[in-house]
Design a protein around this ligand. Sequence first.
Ligand SMILES: Nc1ncnc2c1ncn2[C@@H]1O[C@H](COP(=O)(O)OP(=O)(O)OP(=O)(O)O)[C@@H](O)[C@H]1O
Length: 333
Amino acid sequence: MNNLLHIQNLKTSFRIGDHYYAAVDDVSLDINKNEIIAIVGESGCGKSALAFSIMGLHDPKWSRVDGHIFFKNYDLANIPNENLNHLRGSDLGMIFQDPLAALNPLMIVGAQIDETLLLHTKMSKEQRTARVIELLDAVGIPNPSRVYSQYPHELSGGMRQRIVIATAIANNPSFLIADEPTTALDVTIQAQILELLKELKEKMDAGVMLITHDLGVVAEVADRVAVMYAGQIIEIAPVEELFANPKHPYTRSLLESVPSVSNKQERLHSIQGIVPPLQSLPRIGCRFKARIPWIPDEAHEENPILHEVNQGHFVRCTCYREFYFSNVKRGRI
Ligand SMILES: Nc1ncnc2c1ncn2[C@@H]1O[C@H](COP(=O)(O)OP(=O)(O)OP(=O)(O)O)[C@@H](O)[C@H]1O
């Protein structure tokens, strides 16, 4: 079977004052082996809240996770912390956005990677050192033996991100989350890191969840794309299908906002309004409705569900059938 992780009706809520508000609201999603699934959406749509729920990183004092996350023989949303601790760093890996925050500034990088091997394997010190060197080499670090003994501040941003990746993949995780792994890097390093992610999924048959704002990155590496808006998946499709045939008004607007060589004379499209804060997210009806006020009410569904419009291509709410850009009438598009 190809399925690796099965998320079912996941709801992640944060406590604000006396109430809980869902940042991830009834998300169901399958992630397969040997697949990179990109999660896209504006800031505040719930991408990181989803990733942190899978890794069990939310503070239970301030949050609540309901639903199921089936992975191997576990339900990650409902297992004791010690089991999750064991899985994190072995079968589950996470690459964080900011390599400086993820690394210990007082420890040489080799020792940091070694620590995860020490925690999760029975390797001897010699075996671990050899494995760390092998990992440094695998993530494209030149002169791994020298870099082993360097501190994070002695390395460039791209090198530090590679160290974070080497740590995340040290124990060959079968599922890896990469949260904006290339945001802080220049484009050449970005391309190398993306190449590395592709290699990982192929060589280790891993499933990768890639969280990004960058649709160029998505086009480059993803196999499937899930578009999130206001805590929900509003469209999901294989990558070529999503770019060729976007349906949901939000997805179309996101794609329309990307600069391209062919439309560089035109003003870039901007999506009207903002993602509302958690406390004021619309909870009934189409959550995107307020940002497309020119679309008639009747076009929206009362309880929007995901409709399969093509094989493996799902879109939420019937408004996609009636959608046009507000300036179409003025003849700009
Ligand atoms: N610990 C928290 N307590 C309260 N609200 C939170 C907490 N973490 C996130 N939120 C809120 O949950 C919503 C989703 O946040 P999240 O960080 O998942 O968005 P995101 O799509 O990952 O954004 P970005 O792309 O900026 O990382 C936002 O409204 C955010 O303010």
